[in-house]
Ligand binder design. Structure first.
Ligand code: IFM
Length: 447
């Protein structure tokens, strides 16, 4: 039986996001976020679920940090709610909001767990949406100010900073397809949102660098997935290339190369946002790492409709998670290799990876063998990438615990810890115990 060891100091962690776990969204002077508004709008989420209570982490954070410590986590990735810090999104700071994250960071550091802070995981202050949100170019400065305020308060203890989480998701699903907050269906606004959020990232990186100690690492988190053609036909190959361009390269190229992919401009040129002189340099500020959220791949054939002219295809041989996502661990290796080839010296983290399954508690136990197998296969893929020279520095499982899965509400369980929402009891799934062993051994056996 072979043993797979990871490099010394490999950062094993778990990830969450503010609106998905905290609850108490308006507590202590916080402003309403777009997700608070959206989830309170009838017909937007499964079962009308909202983040009002979620995992009640806002009040149970001590218990949750104790759980992470027991699990042996080396790092914890969480996000900050912008509207707790700046209830109107800009201007007046709410000290109680900063105090909450300050206490959390202290507790993590005391527990020997490295915090990785994400500044934006989709819960934009509603007041800024009233001004156009990410479609308004002024957001570049609003985000810069917010980043500065947070870095000033937590920068003495937090070494790992991510500006944005998954800009493709919050711009395309939020502004173009309408499945996420703010629920818009507007290609024109969505493409402006893309350009402005990338600019805002660059602005935040520059501002944070002027505050943070030299050893701090600042980066961004992207959701990336390989797009494979359904057949060898030229039409399907071109369709896969279009989806890859919009889902992956539209973000990776400007950030790492300072230019937008030519194909993207060809495809949606009619709605392309104005790019001012100096914009691309600001977007392509040097970063210290890229975080990759990987869940699945796409299989694509030529379609008739929309700007992508592409359709997804099911793989009849494959297994799927409860999200309807194909289980495809090789894709993690492929995407790590791709980003590495685009920027060979850039450190990478897997900032999210995990799976939703229909977990059930039986006699106090959650036997989630499928999730253990999912994680094992993906860890092996990451290990193979490291062996091949990819500077992968850490891995964050999504998620520490079951939580509010956006438009799916509480119907999808991604946690390695089960949350009984009626009692808020945390129950370790088998995957959490297995992960505890992987961390302790800094590796695992292939079975
Ligand atoms: O729950 C989300 C998370 O907020 C962002 N990445 C994907 C996860 C699963 O859908």
């Amino acid at each position: 039986m072979s043993v797979f060891r990871f490099p010394e100091g490999f950062l094993w962690g778990a990830a969450t996001a503010s609106y998905q776990i905290e609850g108490s969204p308006l507590a202590d002077g916080a402003g309403a976020s777009i997700w608070h508004r959206f989830s309170h709008t009838p017909g937007t989420t499964f079962n009308g679920d909202t983040g009002d209570v979620a995992c009640d982490h806002y009040r149970r954070w001590r218990e949750d940090v104790a759980l992470m410590r027991e699990m042996g986590l080396k790092a914890y990735r969480f996000s900050i709610s912008w509207a707790r810090i700046l209830p109107e999104g800009k201007g007046r700071v709410n000290p109680a909001g900063l105090d909450f994250y300050d206490r959390l960071v202290d507790a993590l550091v005391d527990a020997g767990i490295q915090p990785m802070v994400t500044l934006y995981h989709w819960d934009l202050p509603g007041a800024l949406q009233d001004l156009g949100g990410w479609a308004n170019r002024e957001i570049v400065n609003w985000f810069g100010d917010y980043a500065q305020i947070v870095a000033q308060r937590l920068g003495d203890r937090v070494r790992l900073w991510a500006t944005l989480n998954e800009p493709w998701v919050f711009t395309f699903l939020g502004y173009i397809q309408g499945y996420h907050a703010p629920g818009m269906r507007d290609l024109w606004a969505g493409l402006r949102a893309v350009h402005h959020c990338l600019l805002a990232h660059g602005e935040a990186v520059a501002r944070m660098r002027s505050i943070l100690p030299a050893e701090a690492q600042v980066g961004i988190v992207l959701n990336l997935s390989p797009q494979h053609p359904a057949t060898g036909s030229e039409e399907d190959r071109a369709a896969a290339e279009r989806v890859h361009t919009v889902n992956n390269a539209l973000f990776v190229e400007p950030l790492l190369k300072g230019r937008y992919p030519a194909l993207a401009e060809q495809m949606v040129g009619f709605a392309w946002p104005p790019v001012h002189s100096g914009d691309m340099e600001r977007i392509a500020q040097p970063i210290d790492f890229m975080g990759i959220n990987y869940y699945s791949r796409g299989i694509v054939k030529r379609g008739e409709h929309g700007y992508l002219l592409a359709e997804g295809v099911e793989n009849k041989q494959a297994q799927y998670t409860d999200m309807g996502w194909e289980i495809y661990p090789e894709g993690l290796y492929e995407i790590l290799q791709w980003v590495h080839s685009e920027s060979p010296r850039l450190s990478l983290y897997v900032t999210e990876n995990g799976a939703a399954f229909r977990d059930q508690v039986q006699d106090g136990r959650v036997a989630d063998a499928q999730r253990v197998e999912y994680l094992r296969q993906h860890f092996l893929s990451a290990h193979k990438a490291i062996q091949n020279g990819v500077p992968l520095k850490g891995y964050f499982v999504w998620s520490l615990m079951d939580n509010f899965e956006w438009a799916y509400g509480y119907s999808k369980r991604f946690g390695i810890v089960y949350v009984d929402y009626a009692t808020q009891q945390r129950i370790w799934k088998d995957s959490a115990r297995w992960y505890q062993q992987v961390i302790a051994a800094n590796g695992m056996e292939r079975e």
